[in-house]
Design a protein around this ligand. Structure first.
Ligand code: IDP
Ligand code: MG
Length: 151
């Protein structure tokens, strides 16, 4: 089992589609192990997007992420990082495949609803930016024995 960091960005929260995003991951069989609605601090935004600090779009990305509440979450399951990235879809929602979250729910790269970690290393780093260890909960989904062949 592995974990990934997922964030509904302010456009998603303010459009009222957080529930739709959560429902997709729940239906997939992934387990929600942490969640909170927050306004990110300046330091968290810089850390979260540190690979993009020098990009021309960084000032608009920075303003976007600070423009409202974010729903930060940790999801757990088999191959969660890659499964969630595929469900999220391409960065530019106009090119994201139908059936993906961005492909179904967004149109603009600068308002693409959701963030998800791109590797297990990024996931560990990003989870630590937003959560303390004790905020990551351990429990069983009652359907786990049906979702996984080996349970
Ligand atoms: P990702 O979110 O699919 O991993 P990244 O390339 O890591 O995409 O970019 C991080 C975020 O920065 C994107 O989700 C998007 O919000 C924003 N972004 C990336 N490229 C552009 C751009 O060309 N214009 C405006 N915003 C951008
Ligand atoms: Mg990225």
């Amino acid at each position: 089992m592995d974990r990934t960091f997922v964030m509904v960005k302010p456009d998603g929260v303010m459009r009222g589609i957080s529930g739709e995003v959560i429902a997709r991951f729940e239906r997939k069989g992934l387990k929600l192990v942490a969640a909170k609605l927050v306004r990110l601090s300046e330091a968290q935004v810089m850390d979260q997007y540190r690979e993009h600090l020098d990009k021309p779009f960084f000032p608009s990305l920075h303003a976007y992420i600070l423009s409202g509440p974010c729903l930060v979450m940790v999801w757990e399951g088999h191959n969660t990082v890659s499964v969630v990235r595929r469900m999220v879809g391409a960065t530019n929602p106009s090119e994201a495949a139908p059936g993906t979250i961005r492909g179904d729910l967004a149109l603009d790269t600068g308002r693409n609803v959701i963030h998800a970690s791109d590797s297990p290393e990024s996931a560990a780093r990003e989870i630590a930016i937003h959560f303390k260890d004790r905020e990551l909960l351990t429990y069983q989904r009652v359907d786990e024995p049906i979702i996984y062949e080996w349970q």
